[in-house]
Design a protein around this ligand. Structure first.
Ligand SMILES: Nc1ncnc2c1ncn2[C@@H]1O[C@H](COP(=O)(O)OP(=O)(O)OP(=O)(O)O)[C@@H](O)[C@H]1O
Length: 671
């Protein structure tokens, strides 16, 4: 077993501390022998494999007792990270007294503090003969009993541990290559500050990186092969053996000497087109080849090989995960039903827009199908396999909206989840985010959103660093953003940033040709719609647009008999509207005699009540009976005017005219 000699001045707690410190790393892999300068005999030889001393001048003294001075290592000592934090928090440029048991150790402590980066304080060596009235703070490594009483704050940085650099020297000199030792040293380096700033990190990173790399290559589902510049196979993982069906052990072989011709061909390829699918034996694979450079010189090449079925499976898994999380867009352009030319044009424009990657602003009243359109755009875009995340900015309390959109770091606020939370922007990475009701976003978040759109980066709430994101934004609103800009409720710069590709969806009342078709589409069963119902639904304003129409269809579906929808099957909001028929009455007044029109309407109504409908000449006959002066031509004109406002309808199958439900209402007002 290898041995270490530790030489200290005399018997003290120090040598016990050092022994324990060394055992923390090496456990029982080494034997430790302790020596004291006071006890060393003249001519005595220390023949341990290495010898540790505390101070440089002691190493000179030690040379008399050893054969090979290269065996000597001077112990560097440092402190635990947590003990040093208080020093870092002291204000810049204040005087701090450094107290230790003698002048030499005081200077050693000061030097150590400077080395580990305490550069913002004036460290003053303590001389017990002097008085330091203006100094309020002192630092000492465990010698608090030596600190003068007048010092107000004493920072005890505790026992000083052996520095990582010393352990590295021991490991190198003794050629120790034990995994457990390395792991213990890494853990130790996390607690003890290295004097050679950064040395612990470099060592730790190198070792960890090496192990991580080996694991990554081993576990990767991608096939990986590394070739040296001369064509020697250096690395080959399990996946590539499966994909390329490699049975023999070919590590260390030159590809020139491979027996498998097809494998040889692949590895001899000069250039590969990224992700080009090729046939290999009975499989389809993709090969990506990259050269590896070091200090500007080509030192080999790296192949990443995937089986196409595996990539397919990955895609399927991704869509399943997204589906489970509700992060998928369900609708496509085929789900947008319309008979209107206006709406067809809107669809056409949206299809074009979906192929680009710019921000889209969809405007339109509530329920016109803005989200439906946003989902269709996403599904028709290159991002269709990636998440589609929708958020309604008006439905979310203001203070939650920010953390919901951008996420937060652990401890960002009371009640924050441990480990923080990913924001929707991050979740939508590579996909699309749909910001519904963007007009309701508070001003301060508009500013933050603008920055996100400009820089493609987000900063979580309470976070210190930014995260790069690649997200397409589709925003929607039913508000008049230009008006809001004038009222200083919406940022003009954000408006121009999101309004790159604007789409407007017309309200249902401006595409009446959709009403009847959609009602039937939503009812889902074959059913006749009475003329009166057609008039009511056509006349109605549909403030809730398609959403309201769909709800009405559901109502009708439940209420209506098997074969016909009548006015009795309509919900109250459609039949009970205290409609202002002023427009209709003005229309009549402006075109014909109101008095005669009322007579015609009454005459039709009387007959309708007896379940009869009347033609023009029958109406004329009836009115002459009542001594009313009117011609057939006048009656024709009146009927045309009334039909134009859906007050009178021609009943199919029967001859003559009838008063519609609306006609009955209008007549009540005119009587
Ligand atoms: N052209 C259409 N064809 C078929 N269904 C439609 C059509 N337009 C809208 N819908 C349906 O109407 C309902 C409302 O649509 P959507 O939620 O997309 O409207 P919106 O404009 O986003 O509403 P809001 O502004 O209230 O968020 C949905 O169920 C949607 O599927």
């Amino acid at each position: 077993m290898k041995t270490i000699g530790i030489v200290t001045d005399g018997l003290s707690t120090l040598e016990v501390f050092l022994n324990n410190n060394i055992k923390m790393i090496f456990k029982d892999k080494l034997k430790i022998n302790n020596y004291f300068f006071n006890n060393l005999q003249k001519g005595q030889k220390i023949d341990d494999d290495i010898i540790l001393v505390m101070l440089r001048d002691r190493s000179i003294k030690l040379k008399n007792y050893i054969d090979d001075s290269k065996k000597i290592i001077i112990i560097n000592r440092s402190v635990k990270q947590k003990d040093i934090y208080r020093l870092f928090s002291l204000p810049k440029n204040i005087d701090v007294l450094v107290v230790n048991d003698n002048k030499e150790t005081i200077l050693e402590t000061i030097s150590m503090l400077y080395h580990i980066g305490i550069n913002h304080l004036n460290l003053i060596p303590y001389d017990k003969e002097k008085e330091y009235k203006d100094i309020k703070v002192c630092v000492t490594p465990g010698e608090t009993h030596l600190v003068p009483d007048y010092i107000e704050e004493v920072i005890d940085i505790g026992h000083r541990f052996i520095d990582i650099s010393t352990f590295l020297q021991i490991i190198t000199k003794l050629k120790i290559d034990e995994k457990e030792v390395t792991q213990r040293l890494i853990k130790y380096s996390e607690e003890v500050i290295s004097i050679h700033s950064g040395i612990n990190h470099t060592y730790k990173n190198l070792t960890v990186e090496n192990d991580e790399l080996k694991s990554i290559i081993k576990l990767s589902k991608n096939g990986m092969i590394l070739l040296s510049n001369e064509g020697i196979i250096k690395v080959l993982n399990e996946s590539v053996k499966n994909i390329l069906d490699i049975k023999e052990d070919i590590i260390g072989k030159n590809i020139k000497n491979l027996d498998d011709k097809e494998l040889k061909d692949i590895l001899n390829k000069d250039k590969t087109k990224d992700d080009n699918v090729i046939k290999y034996k009975d499989k389809y694979i993709t090969i990506n080849k990259h050269t590896i450079n070091s200090f500007g010189k080509n030192i080999g090449s790296y192949f990443c090989i995937q089986e196409v079925t595996y990539i397919k499976k990955l895609e399927q898994n991704l869509s399943k995960v997204l589906k489970d999380k509700g992060q998928v867009a369900r609708y496509t352009f085929d789900d947008i039903k319309t008979n209107s030319i206006n709406m067809e044009n809107t669809k056409k424009l949206a299809r074009k827009i979906s192929k680009s990657d710019y921000t889209v602003l969809i405007t339109g009243e509530s329920g016109t199908g803005k989200e439906l359109l946003a989902q269709s755009i996403h599904n028709d875009s290159n991002r269709s396999k990636q998440p589609f995340i929708a958020i309604n900015c008006a439905a979310m309390p203001e203070n939650l909206l920010e953390s919901e959109l951008f996420g937060y770091e652990e401890g960002a606020f009371t009640g924050a989840l441990k480990g923080g939370k990913k924001g929707l922007f991050e979740q939508a990475h590579n996909g699309t985010i749909f910001l519904d009701e963007i007009g309701d976003m508070p001003m301060y978040l508009q500013t933050k959103l603008l920055r996100v759109l400009q820089e493609n980066q987000i900063m979580p709430v309470g976070g210190q660093s930014v995260i790069d994101i690649d997200v397409r934004v589709i925003a929607a609103t039913n508000r008049d953003l230009l008006k809001m800009i004038k009222e200083e409720k919406f940022r003009a710069d954000l408006y121009y940033r999101i309004n790159v590709l604007p789409i407007h969806i017309p309200p249902l009342r401006e595409r009446k040709e959709d009403i009847d078709m959609m009602l039937k589409h939503f009812i889902k069963r074959k059913i006749k719609v009475s003329e009166d119902v057609k008039i009511i639904i056509n006349d109605y304003d549909w403030p809730g647009n398609i959403r309201e129409l769909r709800n009405t269809a559901m109502y009708i579906d439940t209420m209506a008999s098997k074969d016909e929808v009548t006015t009795n099957d309509l919900p109250h909001n459609l039949t009970n509207i205290k409609k202002d028929y002023k427009k209709d009455i003005d229309y009549i007044k402006n075109r014909t005699s109101l008095e005669k029109t009322v007579k015609v309407m009454k005459c039709i109504k009387n007959h309708n009540d007896l379940n009869k409908s009347l033609g023009r000449s029958a109406i004329l006959k009836e009115l002459i009976k009542e001594d009313i002066l009117i011609s057939e031509g006048e009656i024709r004109h009146i009927l045309e005017v009334l039909k134009g406002r859906n007050i009178v309808v021609s009943k199919s199958g029967r001859k003559g005219s009838e008063l519609s439900q609306k006609g009955i209402e209008v007549l009540k007002l005119l009587k």
